[in-house]
Ligand binder design. Structure first.
Ligand code: NAD
Length: 349
């Protein structure tokens, strides 16, 4: 297959194919850009249908990390690793050790963290072989002791982002009485829902797991709706916190919310859907800007954890979004496009 000519290749600095006979490791590590610092990104394990799919995924994801870190003002570049295989069947200590050795050979140009198919325990095992692993420290958060889990920081950043979007679109600072529909009340969604509830917002929630929505109903007085009905709720904010590609040809016409602000990655099915939202007068908080709390948290763990400095940094998501909203309004461009331009200005500087 062609690689350099793939649109996803997009100026990658380095792409490394790694294999290990004994453990069966087949992995690809991509370093998209390291202008601002070492390339940090998750290590994903997935039973890809083809090697081509794995290459495309790692290129797309590592590039996304460059934009996310640059936008969050982190001294980090963008990278990602993918391991080809089923994490339930193929993930062994030997395979993780072989992966750690491959990461170590890059001498810190790539720093791994957990992602789909890997977890903090895997990262701790790999950390015995290479220092170039992030997101494994046990730390105290506002919701209790969490082992390397960036979800509380992601939830807080998304809350800050919703405040910015509400200020821009509805012209108000208070969230009291704000109506929010949350798609997914898992790790991030439930924390976010708790913060919104504490700020006086009214909640509508949907999740494929009944126990998740029952908890939101019982503890946060949320109204439970079906997973297909969540898009059409008559609310102020639609907050996707479950899946990617949820803003598409089928769902956008259903939306009544004037604001979309949630934690999910890759919310727009295609770039053109950002144009659709703009034409409908819906303000979209670009996903990688509003959900940057987790990567900011991992960065602070690396530079020496200081809770106040972390909160202050995450609070910067408000100003980042305001800058994007302001430019998008002035230039009449979709917010996602403007975010990319600002990120590029930062990492190409
Ligand atoms: P999670 O798995 O804990 O929660 C996701 C929830 O969505 C689950 O409760 C799941 O049952 C529910 N869900 C799945 N399909 C659904 C559907 N069709 N409709 C409604 N609910 C559905 O994951 P998370 O860590 O809370 O992450 C949520 C989203 O935020 C993901 O898209 C993730 O990529 C993104 N994100 C997470 C972090 C983080 O720090 N955890 C950081 C950045 C982005």
């Amino acid at each position: 297959m062609a690689v350099f000519s793939l649109s996803d290749f997009a100026d990658h600095e380095q792409v490394v194919f790694c294999s290990d006979d004994k453990s069966g490791l087949k992995a690809i590590i991509a370093v998209h850009n390291s202008n601002l610092g070492p390339a940090l990104g998750g290590c994903r394990m997935w039973a890809y249908a083809s090697e081509e799919d794995a290459v495309r995924d790692v290129l797309r994801l590592s590039r996304g990390m460059t934009y996310k870190s640059a936008m969050a003002n982190l001294k980090l570049g963008g990278g990602k690793a993918v391991v080809i295989g089923n994490p339930r069947l193929d993930k062994t200590p030997q395979l993780l050790q072989a992966l750690a050795r491959a990461i170590d050979r890059l001498n810190g140009r790539y720093i791994a963290a957990e992602d789909s198919g890997t977890n903090v325990a895997d990262m701790k095992l790999m950390r015995q072989i290479t220092p170039h692993i992030a997101g494994i420290e046990d730390k105290q958060s506002d919701v209790g002791m969490r082992s390397g889990d960036p979800s509380p920081a992601t939830a807080y950043g998304t809350f800050v982002g919703i405040r910015a979007a509400v200020k821009e679109k509805l012209g108000r600072d208070s969230l009291d009485g704000l109506r929010v529909a949350l798609q997914g009340v898992g790790n991030v969604g439930f924390d976010l829902a708790s913060q919104l509830h504490a700020a006086g917002a009214k909640l509508w929630v949907a999740d494929v797991h009944p126990e998740q929505v029952d908890r939101a109903r019982d503890e946060l007085a949320a109204t439970v709706v079906g997973v297909e009905e969540i898009y059409a709720q008559d609310v102020d904010v639609f907050a996707p916190c479950a899946l990617g590609a949820v803003l598409n040809d089928k769902t956008i016409p259903q939306l009544k919310a004037p604001i979309i602000a949630g934690a999910s990655n890759n919310q727009l099915a295609e770039t053109r859907h950002g144009v659709d939202l703009m034409k409908r007068g819906i303000l979209y908080a670009p996903d990688y800007v509003i959900n940057a709390g987790g990567i900011i948290d991992i960065y602070h763990e690396r530079i020496g954890f200081d809770r106040d400095a972390l909160i202050h940094h995450i609070d910067g998501i408000y100003d980042n979004l305001m800058e994007i909203f302001d430019r998008a309004r002035q230039e009449q461009r979709p917010t996602g496009e403007v975010a990319d331009v600002i990120a590029e200005e930062r990492f190409r500087r």
